[in-house]
Design a protein around this ligand. Structure first.
Ligand code: SAM
Length: 291
């Protein structure tokens, strides 16, 4: 391996040596703080039994740390200008495979098959912030085996994943994350831990996939349609937001009947409902027959 990255000096030297230009469109903010890197590694709980999927290795900083603790690391990087740099910074680390691809177009199930005999992967990454939500939702909803996701995200997004009703941050992302996984913020990370410095604070969040979802619902797809429709128009009452949603075909009467059965006020908004209440609403509306 070339020199250990994860500090400002080595990072700047590596970037300058290769004449690398940061691409804003790829959300490139490279980690330069060894304490933060160690926190991510510890929180991820990676062992030599694990195969880690790293999304966006950049110049290979976190990858070097992961290579020490994991059995295997598969790192998917979109920016082809980083590939020659990675070849150098990861040289000699024979448990690391770098794939030059867009993670949104990558078959993660296939990665698990090829590199881990189909067993669950651990995802560890300092995510590009412009696509955090689609990446995390794709991992949770997709068919690839993934048991934990330990990622650096915008602080505000980490908080949205954690909160329940009563917070302005509560929304479709909170409910979806909590349906699939147990979220825990393991570190808050200030902008000066990155080059270039992002404009926002960051946090490391660990999502541990539930063995069983915390609520039983007959049609999770319908429940998520209801959740999305409720928060698309979050200031409206559920009767209006669900009644007007083009992708749903429930009448206002059906919705008000279901709310009454749940003991909820007729003018309740979606932002007041817990995950179990959305599950119960979904089952009641499903029974009413128009699904
Ligand atoms: N892991 C490095 C670190 O911590 O220093 C870099 C993290 S940087 C926040 C995000 C990385 O994701 C960049 O290297 C960027 O090029 C890469 N990236 C952005 N969009 C991507 C995509 N769609 N698929 C794969 N990698 C992507």
């Amino acid at each position: 391996m070339e020199k250990k990255l994860g500090n400002p000096k080595q990072t700047i030297e590596t970037i300058q040596k290769h004449g690398f230009m940061f691409q804003k469109k790829f959300g490139q903010n490279f980690l330069i703080d060894p304490h933060v890197l160690e926190k991510i590694i510890n929180a991820a709980g990676v062992t030599k039994e694990d195969c880690v999927l790293e999304i966006g290795p950049g110049i290979g900083t976190l990858t070097q740390y992961l290579a020490e603790t994991a059995g295997r690391v598969v790192a998917v990087e979109i920016d082809r200008n980083l590939i020659p740099i990675l070849e150098e910074t990861l040289e000699g680390l024979d448990n690391v495979t770098v794939i030059n691809a867009d993670i949104m177009k990558t078959d993660i199930r296939q990665i698990a098959e090829t590199y881990h005999g189909g067993k669950p992967l651990k995802v560890v990454a300092n995510l590009p912030y412009y696509i955090t939500t689609p990446i995390v939702m794709g991992l949770l909803e997709g068919d690839a085996p993934v048991d934990t996701i330990t990622v650096m995200v915008q602080k505000e997004v980490a908080e949205r994943m954690m909160v329940g009703p009563g917070s302005k941050d509560y929304g479709a992302l909170s409910l979806a994350v909590q349906y699939y996984a147990e979220p825990e913020i393991v570190a808050n990370v200030p902008p000066n831990c990155f080059i270039p410095r992002p404009n926002v604070g960051s946090a490391v969040i660990r999502l541990t996939r539930h063995a069983e979802p915390p609520v039983q619902v007959k049609h999770p797809k319908l429940m998520f349609q209801l959740i999305r429709a409720s928060f698309n128009q979050r200031r409206k009452t559920l009767q209006n937001s669900l009644g007007n949603a083009p992708e749903l075909s429930f009448s206002k009467e059906q919705i008000s009947y279901a709310l009454e059965k749940l003991g909820l006020p007729a003018a309740v908004r979606g932002e007041a409902l817990t995950l179990p209440q959305f599950a119960a609403l979904s089952d009641l509306l499903e029974e009413s027959g128009d699904f």
